[in-house]
Ligand binder design. Sequence first.
Ligand code: SF4
Length: 147
Amino acid sequence: MKEKKKQVRIIGVIQCDFARERCSGFGCMNSFASRIDGFARYAAEPGIMLVPFNCGGCPGRRISRVASNLIKRAKAKAGIDKDELVIHLASCIVTDNGHYPPCPHIDYIEKILKRKGLKVRRGSYKSKTATKRRAEGLYEEFDWDAD
Ligand code: SF4
């Protein structure tokens, strides 16, 4: 018999340290609160807790420590298991955007997270300007529906 898929209870959003020098993070938080852009797939899932954090600077090794802390604290404080947690790499990391082209360490960061047994998805806020530039062929394509 097929096991029932667990509901997502925490989404960790990782943002680029360099992008955060000029970004409040509002776009990502608003997209999550409105369940749009990279978070549209969670429209029917209320009660998800959002935990944003920065990568810590190139090549993103802080993520290992923070992800371990998140896994431990989620279980200890809220009884939330690792398989109820999803990590989103924010658009400032994975898309070609107004900050920079995509992070050159995406695969390395994903490897860190996957080794910890975490589900990883790409994308958060979908900027109108970047979308326009993508359509004009100035920015790289991005698959918002990839799982
Ligand atoms: S590792 Fe990537 S996400 Fe982190 S600061 Fe460097 S470019 Fe930004």
